[in-house]
Design a binder for this molecule. Structure first.
Ligand code: FAD
Length: 284
């Protein structure tokens, strides 16, 4: 399609499609990874529920705070300087009629002075939103806000977004609680490590990045596709070679998108973000 064609899907719906494509019992639920030890040519894994497993190959897909990443590299994500306070409103048509009407089934990106409101209609009548702003890394704990109290979060919004219209208040009054503060992290763009023969990683575990290019899930799915193709390819002599090729391509690809995400984050949270972003989108 067109290079700027960007179809959207809710997380839950995508998750269902992916799970339904697997044979039964492929996913073993309630298995929180705790630790693993090298054993023979593979790994002995231990889970919180007391079970254990042996694997020839471990593929970490356990997200930004991966517990398996340290077995591959000691590189860690850095804080981007931006925090997104997440809220969600059920039955949006009745609960937040003004914002719902403005949304018209799409998205709103409202830009102010170094602070934004990003709002999106979901497929099931819910509306998800983020108050996105520059903040110190410890803001989530230090803000003193009770995230389970709509009135407390609204009071914070009125003070922090003081020049913003009262139109937005219904979001904070009607969101289900708790609100979730999400400090945004990014893996260093030049991160590198030596490929191992029997453990690798994909998605946010390998390259968490700010969500301001909307590419996180695309990257994770492309990682999985490329890795699976290499692991089953006759052109790779062994698993180690497949992992080496996969990781080299993945890092290169992800660092380009991570740079774009960081740059977009700066644009969206700059002093002049409204004009900057209008200019940005008029080129698309
Ligand atoms: C505020 C915000 C907004 C975003 N918006 C978008 C967007 O609009 N579009 C987009 O494409 N991306 C977006 N992203 C990024 C996107 O969410 C991630 O890139 C994507 O979820 C990465 O997928 P993943 O499977 O690698 O990791 P995750 O989705 O984090 O999945 C990791 C899984 O591993 C499990 N897990 C963690 N630890 C363990 C353990 N020890 N043992 C067992 N299981 C474990 C977790 O429960 C989870 O199910 C956003 C991110 C944030 C923070």
């Amino acid at each position: 399609g067109h290079q700027h064609f960007r179809p959207e899907i809710d997380r839950g719906a995508l998750r269902k499609i992916l799970l339904d494509s697997l044979t039964a019992e492929t996913v073993v639920w309630d298995s929180h990874f705790v630790t693993m030890q090298a054993k023979g040519l593979g790994w002995a894994l231990q889970f919180k529920n007391g079970t254990s497993a042996y694997a020839d190959l471990v593929i970490a897909a356990d997200g930004a705070n991966s517990k398996i990443r340290p077995y591959i590299t000691d590189i860690e994500p850095f804080y981007s300087g931006i925090l997104m306070l997440e809220g969600n409103v059920y039955d949006a048509v009745n609960k937040i009629p003004q914002v719902h009407k403005l949304l018209a089934g799409g998205k709103i990106m409202a830009f102010g002075n170094k602070q934004d409101l990003l709002i999106g209609q979901k497929g099931n009548g819910e509306v998800g939103f983020y108050a996105s702003f520059k903040a110190e890394e410890g803001w989530s704990k230090n803000s003193g806000i009770d995230y389970s109290d709509n009135a407390a979060v609204l009071a914070w919004f009125k003070q922090k977004y003081a020049e913003w219209d009262s139109l937005w208040y219904e979001l904070f009054e009607n969101a289900s609680t708790p609100f979730i503060p999400r400090p945004i992290y990014c893996m260093p763009l030049d991160h590198n490590w030596e490929a191992q023969p029997n453990v690798t990683m994909l998605g946010d575990a390998a390259h968490v990045m700010p969500p301001f290019a909307g590419e996180g899930v695309n990257m994770a799915m492309l990682d999985a596709l490329e890795l699976s193709e290499l692991l089953t390819s006759d052109n790779c002599a062994n698993i180690h070679e497949a992992i080496t090729i996969y990781e080299t391509n993945m890092r290169k690809r992800a660092s380009v998108i991570a740079k774009e995400s960081l740059d977009n984050g700066e644009r969206m949270h700059s002093e002049n973000s409204l004009n900057t972003m209008v200019g940005f989108f008029s080129g698309h």
